[in-house]
Ligand binder design. Structure first.
Ligand code: BG6
Length: 493
């Protein structure tokens, strides 16, 4: 039985309605929310694209795609037909001023209290022009919201220009900048783990923590997204947004309570406390990599240049960065960030490595105590493992052995987690921006990342090669080992 509370009636307009994101993520998420009873009877989904389909052509397409991207046991004819009946289609060349009649016919006049969501699942260069067209055609009202997909720009200046252009039509409270990592249950659980339990907080600082690792590794390559990815790279695609957002949740101070602004205020303070990267820091504290040919699931796969169909590409598919948060809590604690495509396995985790014991008390023992480590696995399986040291039972002296305390969220709750987009799309309709990035956060992230982008562009050596199916270039191993530390490897925490 559904436990979901219906959200307000809504017209959900998806620009890029036939694109990869809409087909793979947005429509499946809306279908599942519909199935759970969260969409009211008069909620419509209007797809806008240049594909030149008509309504029945679009419905046929979505019927076929749902079967690919929604679990078979959640597809039933009644719900599918109800969902398809919500779909309407407008064929528009977004940039063409004369082409908007189809949409205005479907959305006559500004909203009159019914929530209107404009989801811009298209190139960021179109965010400003589309917003302007929406304003010119008087489609924006007080109950309208706009959702911007990342990346918001290519650098700080372009991000500001986009924010200005969209901001000239929509108020900041109407702008929802999506980072789907914030919609993941396991990422939201970082806040709950830290702030709904007491035992961690006294230890969560530079007195007890030696360093933090944040890894998001993917086993897939760039697939069919080479065109986009080759102009982006791992730093823009993953670090500027997903990894920095996770870092913020790990490092932020407790907000007085969790609401739309306080969490974002605290995250912003973390971004502003990141030590700016000098050219020398970029040289010493960052590594760019690009996958070459190698193995994936035991099969030979081509390298990135072939995947992206650009033999001269210098785009990085791997990034490792040693960051510092310069504030009272974290002074001197390095945060090692790492992400890459075509790595050994798909695994996202936060590893908190505690300081070693101050004095070895068991001099005659076999073994030694390793520093405690809290591994928070975000995906593929959400869970937590606390690495500890124990006495191995038995007579004759003391033998120290590593043991662990494990928590597996799927077992604990006996239910699968919804996809991040399901939660986030409903938050947009509810008008709740807590899990979305505010303008100042996005711009602070770009400001920090930009010197790395510049340094890498000026580096004639280009990114370091790593074979597909491995955990990045040797330089990334050296980045952490030079400091006497090692990367935690493993999909199970
Ligand atoms: C997207 C990136 O934002 O996140 C992709 O553009 C990446 O390149 C994806 O593959 C990873 O998301 P997830 O949810 O699979 O970890």
């Amino acid at each position: 039985m559904s436990t979901a509370t219906p959200v307000a009636p809504c017209d959900f307009v998806v620009f890029g309605g036939t694109g990869d994101l809409a087909v793979r993520k947005l429509l499946p998420a809306l279908y599942l929310r519909d199935r759970d009873g969260q969409l009211t009877a008069d909620t419509r989904i209007i797809a806008v694209s240049r594909a030149g389909l008509d309504e029945s052509g679009y419905r046929d397409k979505v019927r076929g795609e749902l079967g690919r991207f929604v679990a078979a046991d959640t597809l039933d004819d009644v719900t599918v037909n109800r969902f398809l009946a919500r779909l309407q289609y407008a064929s528009i060349d977004f940039a063409d001023a004369d082409d908007w009649d189809q949409l205005t016919a479907l959305l006559p006049g500004p909203d009159t209290g019914k929530v209107r969501v404009f989801y811009l699942a298209c190139a960021p260069s179109l965010f400003g022009p589309i917003s302007q067209h929406l304003a010119t055609h008087r489609l924006v009202g007080e109950s309208s919201r706009v959702v911007l997909e990342k990346p918001i720009g290519q650098d700080l200046a372009s991000a500001r220009a986009i924010n200005d252009a969209v901001g000239s039509v929509f108020a900041e409270s109407q702008i929802f900048r999506i980072d789907h990592y914030l919609g993941k249950e396991s990422v939201q659980n970082l806040l709950v783990t830290r702030f709904a339990n007491t035992f961690l907080e006294p230890l969560w600082n530079s007195s007890w923590i030696d360093h933090v690792q944040i890894t998001v590794s993917e086993s897939l390559g760039v697939g069919t997204r080479g065109g986009y990815y080759d102009n982006s790279g791992a730093l823009r695609d993953m670090v500027q947004n997903h990894l920095l957002q996770v870092l913020c949740l790990v490092a932020m101070e407790p907000p007085t309570y969790v609401d739309r602004e306080t969490v974002r205020d605290e995250k912003l303070k973390v971004l502003q406390a990141l030590k700016p990267m000098t050219a020398g820091d970029v040289e010493r504290c960052t590594v760019a990599g690009q996958y070459g040919p190698g193995l994936a699931d035991g099969a030979a796969v081509p390298g990135y240049k072939e995947d992206a169909e650009n033999p001269d590409s210098h785009t990085e598919t791997f990034a490792a960065v040693k960051a510092e948060v310069r504030n009272w809590r974290w002074a001197g604690v390095p945060f090692y960030l790492r992400t890459g495509k075509r790595m050994e396995q798909r695994s996202s985790e936060v590893v908190i490595v505690f300081k070693p014991v101050p004095h070895p008390m068991f001099p005659d023992s076999d073994g030694h105590s390793e520093p405690n480590k809290l591994v928070i696995q975000l995906q593929p399986k959400a869970g937590m493992r606390l690495h500890m040291t124990a006495k191995e039972p038995g007579p004759g002296g003391i033998r120290l052995k590593p043991v662990s305390l494990d928590l597996n969220y799927t077992e604990a709750f006996q239910r699968p987690s919804p996809d991040a987009y399901e939660r986030l799309l409903m938050d947009v309709v509810r008008g709740n921006p807590t899990l979305f990035m505010r303008r100042d956060e996005v711009e602070a992230s770009w400001a920090w990342v930009e010197p790395i982008l510049i340094g890498w562009t000026q580096n004639e050596r280009g990114p370091r090669r790593y074979p597909a199916g491995t955990n990045g270039p040797t330089d990334a191993t050296l980045l952490i080992e030079r400091d006497g530390r090692t990367w935690h490897e493993g999909a199970t925490p």
